[in-house]
Structures are given as structure tokens and as C-alpha cells.
Design a protein around this ligand. Structure first.
Ligand code: B12
Ligand code: SF4
Ligand code: SF4
Length: 377
């Protein structure tokens, strides 16, 4: 076994389903990234457009000048679950432990093994969604799969429920051939299924309309016109992957670190809405969900309730939130959802005491929409 084969075998032992090598040359579709930024598709993710971060994405040698090979790794995570009527939905990548931690640790272990194997300390960098690299582009060039119309890297046997990680190494290893085929063909299932129509024709997406962005990265209110399209998602979204025919073969082996935590994948939304700060911290310690912080998560839960059919438990939890939650962002979304449920009495009561101007405006709008909606007899 040569060194390259031995590294791949060790990667497999560490739980990586895929491993491929590429050069540190500029990624082939950097121009696609630049055009995406120019069009403002990155929304409020300013870190993606910072000049130094863009320059590094354009040239991995700016990340590590000694880099001579990039090892790109893929680790499988669970396929999403079918929706449970009335319950919320959490994207399957976030059911278990935080993949940034899991993959970084395994990658470090792999580099430790490589150093022992070559008998010297190597200059290196490891990243798992933690650094300025165009990870999908590098993965395609390392032969791991193709970029689907849903923008995800897809492997012909393992599908797209894959995390990516990289090790930049001061080692001269022959690159693997790129995955040059496009297996999407004439399929358009992901484009047809995306609830917000945010997938663009050039295999990129408009993040400002993507439910994944709106429920994870976005710190502000979810745009009112997109709230009805949440379909119960409270953290991330899996729709464009769940409809993909390449995700319909049997699931590969999944690391136990990514098994669903209690209460996931279909959280009981009225109960979630009443999570205290302490309960949120305990429940999502070491989980990707903590990225939204309690404020963002409860905002999502409040809005998602209005995207689902009304129930007495939902209405009661929303009413309690509108009266008592300290965070105006959460109250605003609770007011919107109560409007969707036609609960004028609760909104009118809240209007008597609500001090925040944005929440007051949301309450007034919900009441106005209700009075202008013709009642059915
Ligand atoms: C910003 C970001 C997001 C944003 C924007 C996503 C997007 N599609 O642009 C938001 C918050 C919406 C998001 C959502 C998700 N994300 Co995200 N995200 C990232 C991040 C940090 C940067 C992506 C980026 O630069 N986007 C800008 C666009 C222009 O770049 P790109 O999508 O990488 O596309 C490149 C190539 O596809 C290529 N390309 C374009 N056209 C063509 C055509 C051909 C023929 C070829 C070959 C290539 C090609 O050009 C682009 C530039 O190189 C990466 C980590 C990283 N550093 O790369 C993770 C990453 C892409 N995300 C990941 C995941 C898991 C998700 C979610 C599934 C989570 C969820 N369930 O909610 C969703 C998937 C939504 C989707 N359909 O993309 C994984 C994807 C793994 C995979 N199998 O593809 C990554 C790689 C993180 C990781 N290390 O595992 N994400
Ligand atoms: S993650 Fe959801 S909202 Fe975003 S592109 Fe895919 S289907 Fe559309
Ligand atoms: S759903 Fe169809 S078009 Fe979309 S990524 Fe999968 S194969 Fe490609």
C-alpha cells in the first residue's frame, strides 16, 4: 500500500466515508463565488465577502504557503425524517453533536497519524466548515462527487447528506481525478420543491430567501412574506436534499455522534416556545442549534407555529409568549402567528400593554389583516 492509499484507509477507520486528494491550485469555480457575492446573494453573512477571506478562497496557498496537497474528506450524517403532523422540523445535520467539533477532532487525529507515518512534523491546517476554503469546489476537484442543482456536493452512492472537511498538507501526493460527470440530467425536483424558490440556475442559491439561512444565520426578523413558507422548519431545511433521487438509496453507516438527541427530529413546538435560558443551554450544549442562540431559536419556533395548522396548545403558548417573553424579536413573530390563527382577542389584549414599536406594528398589521379578511358563513 502506498502512502496515499494508507491515508485513505486510515481516514475510513476514523469514520470518513470519502477521501480524495487535490492540488492547492485556485478552485475551478472561484468566478462563480465572486459573481454570487457581487449579486449580494450572501445576505448578511459579511464574513464571506471580507477581502482577506475572499483572497484566501481564491488561493488555498494563502491559507498555508507550504501546502502541496489538499486532502478532502466526507463524513455521512443521517438522512432527514418525514414530517410529523403538527410538530416542528430540525435539519438532520443538526440532530446530534456539532459536526465542526467532531470532524475537526477526527481530522487532527488523521494528521497526527500521517505525521507519525512520514516521521516528521508537517506544516498543516485542518478545517471543517471553519476556514476560508470553497469546500464544495475542492471536493468536486478531489473526485468526491458532483455539484447538484440544489448546490450540494452529491456522491453517486452516498448521496448528499455529507459533511466536508479538509487537511492542507506539506506533502506531495498525486491528485485524484475530478468528478467531471453531472448526474442531475433533466431532473428539477429540488428546484420545484424549494418552498421559497431560492435555488438559482447557476448552481448557487439566494441565501436571503433560503430557510436554512433565515433560521440559522439571520439575526433579524424573518421576512413576513416568507414566514408562511417555513413548513414547520425551526433550524435549517432539508427539502432540496430530501427530494433528490440520489438520496433514496439505503443510508450509509452513520457515526453515533450524529444520532438525534432527545426531542429531535420533530420538536414539540408549544413546549419549545417556553424553554427558559437555562433549559435552552442544557438542551443544545454541544449541538449546532446553539448557533441560533435562544433568541433566534424561539423566533423560529414562534414563526413556524404560524406556518402550521392552529392548535389550542400552539395558541396558548403563543399568547403566553406575546404577554411575557422579554425579547421583542420573539414577541413580534408570536404576534404574526396569532394573526395567522385569527386570535384577535389575544392580539387586542397585548396591544394595550406592548411598548416595542416593531411589535406594536406587527400586532396592528395582524389585526388589520384580520378585519379586512372576509368571514366565511
Ligand atoms: C455559506 C454557507 C451556507 C449558506 C449558503 C449556501 C449556499 N448554497 O451557498 C446557507 C446558510 C444557506 C447554507 C445552507 C446549508 N448548508 Co452550508 N455552508 C456554507 C459555507 C460556509 C460556504 C458556502 C459558500 O461559499 N457559498 C457560496 C456558493 C457560491 O458557493 P458553494 O455553494 O460552495 O458553490 C461552489 C461550487 O458549488 C461551485 N459551482 C458552482 N456552479 C458549479 C457548476 C459546476 C458544474 C461545478 C462542478 C461547480 C460549481 O462554485 C461555487 C464556488 O466555488 C460552506 C462551507 C465552506 N466553507 O464552503 C457550508 C456548506 C456548503 N454547508 C453545508 C451544509 C450541510 C448545509 C445545509 C445542508 C444545512 C441545512 N440542512 O440547513 C444547507 C444546504 C442548503 C443548500 N442547498 O446549499 C455543507 C455542504 C456539504 C455538501 N454535501 O454539499 C458545507 C460544505 C459545510 C461542510 N463543511 O460540511 N450554507
Ligand atoms: S435548504 Fe430549503 S429553502 Fe434552502 S434551497 Fe434548499 S429547499 Fe430551498
Ligand atoms: S433533485 Fe435532481 S436536480 Fe436537484 S440535485 Fe438532485 S438530481 Fe440534481
Amino acid at each position: 500500500m502506498n502512502l496515499k492509499q494508507a491515508i485513505k484507509a486510515q481516514a475510513e477507520l476514523l469514520g470518513f466515508a470519502l477521501a480524495g486528494f487535490t492540488t492547492p491550485d485556485p478552485p475551478p469555480h472561484f468566478a462563480v463565488y465572486e459573481a454570487w457575492l457581487r449579486a449580494g446573494r450572501h445576505a448578511e453573512m459579511a464574513y464571506l465577502a471580507a477581502p482577506e477571506s475572499v483572497a484566501r478562497r481564491a488561493d488555498p496557498r494563502r491559507v498555508l504557503p507550504e501546502c502541496r496537497s489538499i486532502l478532502v474528506l466526507g463524513m455521512a450524517y443521517p438522512a432527514t425524517a418525514a414530517p410529523v403532523p403538527g410538530a416542528g422540523r430540525v435539519a438532520s445535520y443538526a440532530w446530534g453533536d456539532d459536526y465542526h467539533d467532531v470532524l475537526t477532532e477526527r481530522c487532527q487525529a488523521l494528521v497526527g497519524w500521517i505525521q507519525a507515518e512520514v516521521g516528521r512534523l508537517l506544516p498543516y491546517r485542518v478545517y471543517a466548515d471553519t476556514g476560508p476554503l470553497l469546500e464544495r469546489d475542492l471536493a468536486q476537484r478531489a473526485g468526491l462527487g458532483w455539484i447538484g442543482k440544489n448546490t450540494c456536493l452529491i456522491h453517486p452512492l452516498l448521496g448528499s447528506y455529507l459533511f466536508l472537511a479538509e487537511a492542507l498538507l506539506d506533502l506531495d501526493l498525486p491528485p485524484d481525478p475530478p468528478f467531471s460527470a453531472d448526474r442531475c440530467g433533466s431532473c428539477t425536483r429540488c428546484l420545484d420543491a424549494c418552498p421559497t424558490g431560492c435555488i438559482l440556475p447557476d448552481r448557487t442559491l439566494d441565501a436571503s430567501r433560503c430557510i436554512s439561512y433565515l433560521t440559522i444565520e439571520n439575526k433579524a426578523a424573518i421576512p413576513a412574506e416568507l414566514r408562511p413558507r417555513l413548513e414547520g422548519w425551526v433550524f435549517g431545511c432539508d427539502i432540496c436534499q430530501s427530494v433528490c433521487p440520489w438520496n433514496h438509496s439505503p443510508s450509509p453507516a452513520i457515526d453515533p455522534a450524529f444520532a438525534p438527541r432527545p426531542g429531535l427530529p420533530a420538536p414539540d413546538l408549544p413546549a419549545e416556545l417556553l424553554l427558559s435560558s437555562e433549559a435552552f443551554r442544557t438542551k443544545f450544549r454541544g449541538s449546532p442549534v446553539k448557533r441560533a442562540k435562544r433568541s433566534g431559536y424561539l423566533r423560529n419556533v414562534a414563526a413556524a407555529l404560524g406556518s402550521l395548522p392552529a392548535t389550542p396548545a400552539a395558541q396558548a403558548a403563543l399568547a403566553d409568549t406575546l404577554q411575557h417573553n422579554q425579547d421583542p424579536l420573539v414577541r413580534l413573530h408570536a404576534a404574526w402567528s396569532l394573526g395567522q390563527m385569527g386570535d384577535a382577542a389575544t392580539l387586542q389584549k397585548a396591544a394595550l400593554t406592548e411598548k416595542d414599536p416593531a411589535v406594536r406594528a406587527e400586532i396592528e398589521q395582524a389585526l388589520a389583516q384580520r378585519s379586512s379578511t372576509p368571514t366565511q358563513s
